[in-house]
Design a protein around this ligand. Sequence first.
Ligand code: GTP
Length: 173
Amino acid sequence: EMSEEKKIAYVFKVVVIGDSAVGKTQLLSRFAKNEFCLDSKSTIGVEFQTRTVTISSKLIKAQIWDTAGQERYRAVTSAYYRGALGAMLVYDVTKRQSFDHVARWVDELRAHADASIVIMLIGNKADLLHSREVPTEDAVEFAETQNLFFFETSALTGDNVEPAFLKLLHQIH
Ligand code: GTP
């Protein structure tokens, strides 16, 4: 049998960005390994994980980059965004501030990433029903004005994680 590597049609680089502790690393682990960790440590530096998916009968390797949301750990260089075809811009539905900062993250993308980058806005931790601070409608409205795709997800339950990543990869394709 031929190895998977030989049949890969494209490698798509995707970056995951957003404030610290919104769940970027856990979303990525859920998508790449179907794993979740409740006491996840803050990311230091840059890491990436990959998962190969079939899109329109082609094998696509998604190479998904994760970096720290904390300003003090971030050396945002053009290198992080270089070659990125997609971005997952994550906020926490239970932290209003993380949503208020989304506009700044969009500015950063527009400044450093390719103009054609596909952006998916993600409202994560949707499982925390009783501590929600960001109504879905606020995010829908923002996404429409900024031309972003939008999903609410839970890395904990896995809800909508797969559809969100697959939608982004489809749009890149
Ligand atoms: P930085 O690396 O500091 O930028 O953080 P991050 O955005 O990568 O956040 P991380 O994935 O480390 O998650 C932060 C905390 O939120 C951890 O305690 C996770 O277990 C928790 N968490 C992440 N996703 C979810 C979710 O969907 N639901 C709930 N309830 N908790 C979550």
